[in-house]
Design a binder for this molecule. Structure first.
Ligand code: TRP
Ligand code: ZN
Length: 814
């Protein structure tokens, strides 16, 4: 177990490192030359699955001790040169960490601890040095970080930690462009993809240029090298990686055209290109002292990419989407055995802390701080952070200190958001008399936790729906009383507008009030929240469905006003959302049935209205912009109601000129259509996209959402699965486990997944550990499901597992 309290600064410095790669598919030789000084007479370097060929100190062989995970030797107190030769096998590297091959292209993934799979090195983020790299091999393309000195020789002038190192070698096509920075420097932009896929890079390139400009105008951050490269590979454990000057991407977040990418894909590409680019300042120029500080770069960079997308698209709609993700991913994580603080204090395997808590809750903590101290202090604090810590590996504490200094106030209470796990619950009640409203708030946290600061934007509406005023109040004690005066009539409160505080709210509101807010609130976020809260009341507390169904009809009528917003308003809580609301003794079959009953009733009442609207909502020639995407998402929401009522969506599917509509129609049919149409369209989709892996994954995901264990097993036998690929695997098995609750939460489902985890763990531990997260809610299931899950996990834990999977299973069982 690695503990935060055990952190010690390194006792040595690396002035520079020179790396030579003699590439070979099965036996690549890596020669690392380190120029160092040390305050300690022993030096220990990290390693993982390396074959050590030689070690030389100041030109002579030297005694050393090598273990599977380390290399130790004695070193002088005077400056010295260490030359280490290792041999690695990129082809055998199916873990996709370190140097590996994807479709014949050599590439690297070093975060968090992959560099030690390339050479022995102090593989920790607080050891910064400058890299020169020489790559020899027969590949036409030989890339690394920084600027190219000659073919295959690279120098990166910016000191960096090892996790930001990257190398790519292969035969790839390229799309080139340029960007002129705010100070007038011309930067070469290059996106590398498999030959023939160049035309699919236009949107990624456009997103990159917009990201670069936006970081200048919104944050004053300019790019700092002569070239910025992106390489798309098809085998990748995560979304993408911010290696200095050489980002490497999962190709599903680069490649797009209207026939092969949905609007959601376009939005993801834009957001992830931006995210990785923004890391250049928040992550690379200023990096983490240790991995406990991961949210220093990830929370802040998610915050930045969310702001970027908000400026590029609709801010309220983006907020609705971000909060939906926060709740489904982070609140769910925080409610189960994998719950941890944004800044964890210990870990057994750092790979398992690239979580919704570190990323998304981390972004919320920054967003809340901005509300607390105001826009000006927030901007000044960030400027100070960039100025003070540029070139350093630093901590969350020192980040917060920058804002404390400019705001001239303590943020101690707010900082508890970093330390205390769990989602706060705010209990709300009001008293009204003679024009005075008293708002009582109480925050409920875990046993022993201290109050956090909860910034709540509160709107006040008159009974006829006028906006009276809005105020931001902060609850930073367990209990608070807030008094508001001079009302003519008792106002209606719109609490926590824009989800300003990342909390759950317990406020017993009548169905009428929720319907009122759903149609009158001036805050879009809360308007949709009211619909969701109301729906959950109907679905979990037996509230009368009839007035909700009527409200839904009203929303459909209003929907052309703001299609993107209403598409969200018309989306009912998912089965997982309902399960989270119920919290304990979950019966997924009952949830599915209850939800379905409401869905059918809504369709019966409104399909005709939906159909009339559907046909008037024309989208015109395809454009990926937010307004057009909004229209398409509304059309799909309406189509769903129509299909439930028996409409045959085959023609919509067949005639679609873009994947959003085609796939949207297919999904409606798969979830709600008749079997014959479903089979016909699924077969068509399969035939159409068999040769396009990223689109075919959508077919696999739809299958995973509906299929039985047996059907998933059968599909796993198919040709697409002969070679392991993380995207393929997550699309089928990951989706089955996370989004097919009635099939997964059965003894057969649990046993199947554990069997799979054991098998895949031998191939790729990061993927097995990630998919194992699907068990995170097992303790909230009803018996005998809970017991079956426990037994399956217990049996799995008896096997020899990777560090990654073992850590997840251990915490799950604790
Ligand atoms: N730093 C990457 C990001 O958020 C995340 C990442 C990419 C990653 N690949 C990884 C994390 C492999 C752990 C392991 O942008
Ligand atoms: Zn990131």
């Amino acid at each position: 177990m690695i503990k935060l309290e055990d952190y010690k600064a390194p006792e040595f410095k690396i002035a520079s490192v020179h790396l030579e790669f003699a590439l070979d598919p099965e036996a690549t030789i890596v020669t690392s030359t380190l120029k160092m000084v040390s305050d300690s007479s022993t030096l220990t370097l990290d390693g993982d699955e390396l074959v050590l060929l030689s070690v030389e100190l100041n030109g002579k062989p030297v005694d050393h001790v090598v273990t599977p995970t380390s290399l130790t030797l004695n070193v002088p107190f005077t400056p010295f040169t260490l030359v280490i030769k290792t041999q690695i096998n990129p082809t055998a590297n199916t873990a996709l960490s370190g140097l590996y091959r994807s479709n014949g292209t050599y590439c690297t993934q070093c975060e968090a601890e992959g560099f030690r799979r390339i050479t022995f090195f102090p593989d920790r983020p607080d050891v910064l040095t400058t890299y020169t790299v020489k790559i020899t091999g027969k590949e036409p393309l030989l890339l690394s970080n920084g600027n190219q000195l000659e073919h295959g020789v690279w120098h990166d002038p910016h000191p960096k930690p090892s996790y930001l190192f990257a190398l790519v070698a292969g035969d790839l096509g390229v799309v080139k462009d340029t960007f002129t920075t705010m100070s007038g420097r011309v930067v070469a932009l290059e996106i590398y993809v498999e030959h023939g896929k160049e035309p699919l890079c236009a949107y990624a390139m456009d997103s990159l240029k917009r990201s670069m400009r936006w970081d200048e105008t919104a944050f004053g951050r300019e790019y700092d090298l002569d070239v910025f490269m992106i390489v798309a590979v098809s085998d990748f454990n995560m979304g993408a990686m911010e290696n200095k000057g050489l980002n490497i991407f999962n190709d599903k977040y680069v490649l797009a055209n209207p026939e092969t990418a949905t609007d959601a894909d376009y939005a993801n590409i834009e957001g992830i290109i931006a995210h990785e680019y923004f890391h250049n300042w928040t992550g690379n120029r200023i990096t983490c002292r240790d991995w406990f500080q991961l949210s220093l770069k990830e929370g802040l960079t998610v915050f930045r990419d969310q702001e970027f997308s908000s400026d590029m698209r609709s801010r309220p709609v983006k907020r609705i989407e971000d909060v939906r993700l926060l709740k489904s991913a982070q609140f769910a994580e925080d409610a189960g055995p994998l719950s941890h603080p944004v800044r964890p204090r210990q870990y057994a395997e750092i790979n398992n802390f690239y979580t919704a808590t570190v990323y998304n809750k981390g972004a919320e903590v920054i967003r809340m701080m901005k509300v607390l101290i105001g826009e000006k202090a927030f901007a000044d604090g960030l400027d100070l952070y960039f100025k003070r810590h540029d070139g350093q590996a630093t901590t969350i504490e020192l980040f917060v200190k920058c804002f404390e200094e400019v705001a001239e106030r303590s943020l101690d209470i707010h900082s508890r958001w970093y330390e205390q796990a769990g989602t706060p619950l705010v209990r709300v009640s009001t008293e009204y008399e003679g024009g005075v409203l008293i708002l009582h708030l109480e925050q409920v946290l875990r046993e022993g936790h201290l109050p956090q600061s909860l910034p709540l934007r509160v709107g006040f509406l008159s009974p006829n729906g006028e906006e009276l005023f809005e105020e931001t109040i902060t609850l930073d004690q367990f209990k608070g009383r807030f008094i508001f005066e001079d009302f003519k009539d008792e106002p209606i409160l719109s609490l926590n507008r824009g989800f300003s505080a990342a909390v759950n709210i317990d406020y017993g509101r009548s169905d009428q009030t929720l319907a009122f807010l759903a149609t009158h609130d001036s805050d879009d976020y809360n308007r949709r929240q009211a619909v969701e809260t109301y729906a959950l009341k109907v679905l979990t507390k037996g509230a009368d469905a009839a007035p909700f169904i009527a409200l839904y009809g009203k929303l459909i009528e209003e929907s052309p006003r703001d299609p993107a917003f209403y598409a969200h308003a018309l989306t009912l809580p998912s089965e997982e959302d309902i399960a989270r609301e119920i919290g304990a003794n979950i019966n997924p079959d009952a949830i599915k049935q209850t939800r379905n009953t409401l869905v059918v009733a809504l369709a019966k009442a409104h399909a005709e209205r939906a159909s009339a609207l559907f046909h008037t909502l024309q989208t015109g020639a395809f454009s990926p912009d937010a307004a057009s995407a909004g229209k398409r998402s509304l059309r799909i929401a309406l189509l769903r109601l129509m299909v439930i009522e028996g409409f045959d969506a085959s023609e919509i599917y067949m005639n679609a000129d873009n994947l959003t509509e085609r796939f949207g129609a297919l999904a409606c049919v798969v979830h709600h259509g008749n079997v014959a149409t479903r089979d016909k369209l699924m077969a068509d989709f399969q035939a159409r996209f068999e040769d396009n892996a990223n689109v075919f994954d959508k077919y696999l995901s739809l299958t995973g959402m509906k299929a039985s264990v047996l059907e998933v097993k059968t599909m796993l036998q198919g040709a697409v699965f002969t070679k392991f690929n993380p995207n393929r695997y997550r699309a089928l098995v990951g989706v089955f486990a996370m989004s097919n609750p009635t099939q997964f939460h059965t003894k057969a489902g649990y046993d199947f997944l554990c069997e799979e985890l054991l098998r895949v763990d031998k191939i790729n531990p990061q993927v097995s550990a990630r998919v194992a997260n699907a068990f995170r809610s097992y303790k909230s299931m009803e018996e005998p499901r809970k017991l079956a899950a426990h037994e399956a996990l217990l049996a799995l834990s008896k096997h020899e597992l990777s560090n990654d999977l073992k850590d997840i299973i251990t915490r799950m069982l604790a």
